[in-house]
Design a protein around this ligand. Structure first.
Ligand SMILES: O=C(O)c1cc(C(=O)O)c2c(n1)C(=O)C(=O)c1cc(C(=O)O)[nH]c1-2
Length: 245
């Protein structure tokens, strides 16, 4: 028996339920980051690894942009590339993330070299880029829907980190301010697209799975940080080793 599709409202409710259950705000490493119980080297490890996510996001968006069938869709999606890459050197989200790693005392050339990444960070982020390249346009767009939930976590993170860490300043966290308007704009568009185009039960199941997959990418990145930098003795060979000082 084939199942029947649900209404767009019911689909949206199911997507939001996935976020409520699986988004990375619930991960113990994020709770520790925002709650002030991490050390400076642990915060450095988070920012260094998360840099890989930031710098692969424009590549992920560019592979999708190339496949979008209409100028209208491409115009919408290309804004994301500008948000991340900027339109001049030193502008855009990736450059702003490097201000965050600078502010935490990490060497910029080392961060950009990607030499210190955890292996699992690389695997998780690459899996996201591959997913968007290989799956249907509908699934690719649905996989960006974690951004429905990011303004809440970003607000919690900025408030928590400023309150708890004397080595963090508002300038260091400047990356996050524009995301509070960019993410809702992007996720409103992606949600409207998914509500309109996920018509069959199979398509609806595929978009729910795409969002679960993406929650898994973000969760796996934090699992890797937790394992390597919270449990003593677990830093993989070649990965970032905090200064003993
Ligand atoms: O700080 C966060 O917790 C967070 C989460 C997410 C997300 O949910 O994928 C993104 C971002 N930040 C972000 O800054 C960002 O540029 C971004 C792009 C995307 C995407 O899937 O295209 N997600 C996110």
């Amino acid at each position: 028996m084939t199942s029947q599709p649900v209404s767009p409202d019911a689909l949206e409710a199911a997507l939001r339920a996935i976020g409520a259950e699986r988004y990375h705000n619930l991960h113990p490493f994020h709770r520790a980051l925002h709650g002030g119980t991490l050390t400076r080297p642990q915060v450095q490890a988070w920012a260094l690894n998360r840099y890989y996510y930031q710098c692969r996001i424009p590549a992920k968006d560019a592979t999708l942009l190339a496949r979008l069938p209409t100028a209208e869709l491409r115009r919408e999606w290309r804004r994301r590339l500008v948000d991340h890459d900027g339109d001049a050197p030193g502008t855009g989200g990736v450059a702003r993330w490097l201000k965050l790693t600078d502010g935490l005392g990490l060497d910029r050339a080392y961060v950009e070299s990607l030499d210190g990444l955890l292996p699992a960070t690389r695997f998780a982020v690459d899996a996201y880029v591959d997913f968007v390249r290989d799956r249907s346009i509908l699934e690719a767009i649905a996989s960006s829907l974690t951004e429905l939930f990011s303004p809440t976590i970003i607000s919690e993170r900025v408030a928590g980190m400023l309150q708890h860490y004397d080595f963090v300043t508002p300038e260091t966290l400047a990356y996050f301010q524009p995301r509070l308007t960019q993410a809702p704009r992007d996720s409103d568009f992606a949600l409207a697209y998914v509500r309109e185009h996920a018509r069959t039960a199979e398509q609806q199941a595929a978009v729910l799975n795409a969002l679960k997959f993406k929650c898994g990418v973000l969760w796996a990145m934090l699992d890797a940080l937790d394992y390597a930098y919270v449990v003593p003795g677990n830093i993989p060979p070649g990965a970032f080793r905090p200064d003993p000082s």
